[in-house]
Design a protein around this ligand. Structure first.
Ligand code: ATP
Ligand code: MG
Length: 378
């Protein structure tokens, strides 16, 4: 039996939960106004909604869609490499004519693509080293998208990475191309709101006002509860809505963590009984137990003060002023300057993240499973 709680890969429409409003508005922005900047907390569902938007009939029938995740890219060269590869791979099923049009446009890397002499199938030998002139290749890629025989949509996931590229003026370079394009719209996405907001909303930055910002919030609780009940009902099983609600609250509605719990719960043989809260919490305990070794290693990589601060944040759940006298005293932490230093490094290493509540930063542990483990362990 298929587990309806997909944790990786493409989620079939039937098992894609809600996001109806967001799907409509992203689609409509891309079709009408232009570029979109999609942000959310980590693991909320950005990547999945991009795939889902691209899978809508309207989009599939009328656009070429491309998706690159540049999380692991550390230079413009690598980003261009990912883009070139993605376009080529997406065009392969569309046939020789579409491919040749692309190859004719990207002269700087044409040599990396060939046809298998025996089968006649297209082959790709593109290696990072083949991108000798990333700026030129990028220009060719954009030129191709602009001239393609259908409008194009290009998603660049984890877009904040470009701020870390060593080359200078990347933002200006990209912006110059992108603002000239009519045939291709872009969907930029990422979870580092701090960097992305600076990029797109400060007046002095090249990307200022160049994309419609959309913030992806939690899936509403009632929608998530009916989704989970429906998934279990499909295989003749019953889950108590309160048990789903308990899980939703515990993980503050963060999609991935709830989904992992119900995925693992679904995989268990729970017999004919109604699934209640105790089975949900047993499943969570098992998940934390499985993660324990990793959590301990993560803790070992931290200094004493970083660990103390992380534990204090986990116990508080959400902290608006970690350097305040009150927080420091309550958690027996040392000076506020050392707490501040520890917070900065915890944020850099993504142990801690923040979200905006009434225009103020509110800090929390990024990984919700780690957060729970810290609470029960320390
Ligand atoms: N609408 C949805 N329906 C069903 N499952 C979903 C949905 N959205 C997200 N998920 C689940 O949550 C997981 C995380 O989603 P996704 O990878 O899209 O988040 P993300 O915001 O891109 O995360 P990251 O910040 O790590 O890039 C998915 O693998 C899937 O299990
Ligand atoms: Mg993602």
């Amino acid at each position: 039996m298929i587990n309806p709680f997909y944790l990786t890969g493409i989620i079939p429409g039937k098992y894609f939960c809600d996001r109806e409003k967001e799907t409509k508005s992203i689609t409509s922005f891309l079709e009408n106004q232009g570029n979109v900047l999609l942000t959310s907390a980590r693991k909320m569902g950005k990547t999945q909604i991009i795939r889902h938007v691209f899978d809508q009939d309207d989009i599939r029938d009328n656009y070429y869609t491309f998706y690159v995740d540049i999380y692991s890219a550390t230079s413009l060269r690598e980003m261009v490499f990912f883009m070139g590869k993605e376009i080529y791979q997406r065009l392969v099923p569309k046939g020789k004519k579409a491919l040749n049009r692309f190859l004719g446009a990207v002269k700087s890397i044409t040599a990396a693509f060939s046809l298998d002499p025996v089968s006649g199938n297209p082959r790709i030998n593109l290696r990072l080293g083949d991108i000798l002139t990333p700026e030129l290749t990028l220009e060719e890629i954009f030129g191709y998208l602009e001239a393609a025989d259908k409008p194009c949509l290009f998603a660049i996931d984890e877009f904040q990475q470009i701020a870390r590229f060593p080359e200078t003026n990347i933002e200006a370079l990209l912006r110059t191309h992108i603002q000239k394009m009519n045939n291709c719209h872009f969907l930029f996405s990422g979870s580092d709101r701090h960097i992305l907001e600076q990029m797109f909303s400060s007046y002095s930055k090249p990307f200022y006002n160049s994309a419609q910002p959309l913030f992806l919030d939690r899936i509403p609780k009632d929608k998530y509860i009916s989704f989970v009940i429906g998934c279990f009902a499909e295989s003749g099983r019953e889950i108590d809505p309160d048990a789903v609600s308990y899980c939703y609250d515990l993980f503050d509605g963060y999609t991935f963590y709830m989904h992992k719990v119900f995925h693992d719960l679904f995989a268990q043989d729970t017999g004919k009984r109604v699934i209640r809260e105790n089975l949900v919490s047993n499943t969570i305990e098992t998940i934390l137990g499985e993660g324990e070794h990793g959590y301990r290693e993560q803790m070992a990589s931290l200094s004493t003060i970083q660990k103390q601060v992380l534990v204090a944040v986990s116990k508080a759940g959400i902290v608006s002023q970690p350097t305040s006298g009150d927080f420091i005293k309550r958690n027996s932490l040392p000076s506020s300057s050392s707490v501040q230093k520890a917070m900065i490094s915890l944020m850099d290493s993504q142990f801690v993240t923040y979200r905006m509540i009434e225009s103020k930063r509110a800090y929390q542990v990024s990984d919700k499973f780690l957060e729970l483990w810290l609470r029960v362990t320390y």
